[in-house]
Design a binder for this molecule. Sequence first.
Ligand code: PMT
Length: 418
Amino acid sequence: MSDAEAHHVRVLRGKRVLLGVSGGIAAYKAVTVASRLTQAGAIVDVLMTAAAQKFVTPLTFSAITGRPVTTDMWGQGQGQILHVTMAREADLFLVAPATANTIARLALGLADDPLSATALATRAPLLLAPAMETGMWENPATQAHVATLVERGATLVGPMPGRLASGAVGMGRMAEPPQIIEMVRKVLGRKGPLAGVHVVITAGGTQEALDPVRFLTNRSTGKMGIAIARSARDFGAEVTVIHSPLQVSIPFGVHSVPVTSARDMCEATFDLLPRTDVLIGAAAVADYRPATVAEQKIKKKDDITIQLVRNPDILAEVGRQRKATGRPRIMVGFAAETEDLLANAKAKLEAKNLDLILVNDVSAPHSGFGTDTNQVTLLDRWGDVLPWPLLSKEEVADRLMVWVARQLRGQSLADLGA
Ligand code: PMT
C-alpha cells in the first residue's frame, strides 16, 4: 500500500481536528469525543466558549488532548494569532455541543470569541452536533440558521430524540460520541479516493419464512459487510447497505435498505442498479426457500418434510445484465467455502461475471461467519491470486477498498502486492 492509501486507511491518524465546545450540559460528552479522537491519533485542539467553561474546565480537555485549550481571542503563538493559525491548519472543525446560540452566531458570521472567529476563518469542513431543548431546535430561527449552514456545506450529526437537560423527552439530544466519531470519519474521508462513487453492499444472512414465527437462515452476522460499508464511507464513497436483520449496527453516514428474504434483497439490488458503481456481495444469501409459507404456525406433530425451491442468485443475475449495460462498473463477491477453496471460488467468479472474489474458508477458526477476523484469498477475473493473512474484518475491508480504488483507475490485483 502506498503512503497515500495508508493515510486513507487510517482516517484519523495525524488529522487536525478543531473541537469547538459551546455551553450546554452535553459539553461533558465532548470530553469523550476529544478522548476518542486523540486515542485514534488525531491532533485535537479545543476551543471553548465562556458558557462551555461553566460546564467543563479547560483543564479537563487539555489533560485529555495533551494540548492547550483556547478560551480567549488573544492567545499568541510564535508571532501569530493562534486561532488564525489553527484555522489554517485544520482538517475539520467539529462543534459539539452546538447550542442554538452558537449555531445562530455561526450562521450570522459573528467572530467575537475564539470558537466563532476560528469557524469564520477556517476553510475546513464544519461538522455540527446540535444539542438544545426541543422548542429551541424546532424554532424557525434555529431551523433557518441550520439551513443556512448546511447550504454553505456544513454537515449535521443529530440531534437525536431522547431525554434532555430539562428532564423532558424530545428532539434535541446531542448525538452520542461514537456516532459523532463516525461522522468525523465520513466528513474527513469526503475527498477520498472513492469520492463520487456509489458503493452498494449486501450484508447479513437472509431469512426465508416457513410460517408466521419461523424462518430458515444462516450464521452471517453482517460484520464483514458492515466493515466494508464503513471503510467505503471513509474512502469518500456514497454507500448503501442492503441488509437482512443484522447483529451489528449500521454506521452513521451510510444509507440502509433493510430487507428480509433473498427475493427482497434481489429486488432492492436491482432497484439501485442504475445508480450503482460498485456492487459488493458480502451477504450470505439463502440459495433455497420453503416452497410454501404456512399461513398459520405449523403445529407440532409427526416428522414433517419441507420442500425447498431455488432463490434467485443475485450476483449471477446482475452479472448477466451487466454484460449488456456495463453497470455496475465493478462487481465483487465473497465465496464461503469449506473445501476446494480456489476451484470453487474460480467457478463462482466466472459464473457470476465478477471482477474479484474473496474466498474465505468458513470452517477455519477465526475466519468467516460471526468472527471479528477473516482470512481471505483474492482471485480476480484476469487469473491473479493473492492470499491475505488473517486480518481484522476492518483491515480486510480497507484493503478491499484500496483494490476498488485502484481498479477504478485501471490497476489490477498484481499491482496491489500482499
Ligand atoms: O456476516 P459475517 O458474520 O461477518 O460473515 C461474513 C461472511 C462469511 C458471510 C462473508 O465473508 C461471506 O463469505 N459472504 C458470502 C457468503 C455466501 O453466500 O457465499 P456463497 O459462496 O454462497 O455465494 C457467493 C457469492 O454470491 C456471494 O457474494 C453471495 O453474496 C452471492 N450470492 C449467493 C447466493 C445467492 N442466491 N445470491 C447471491 O448473490
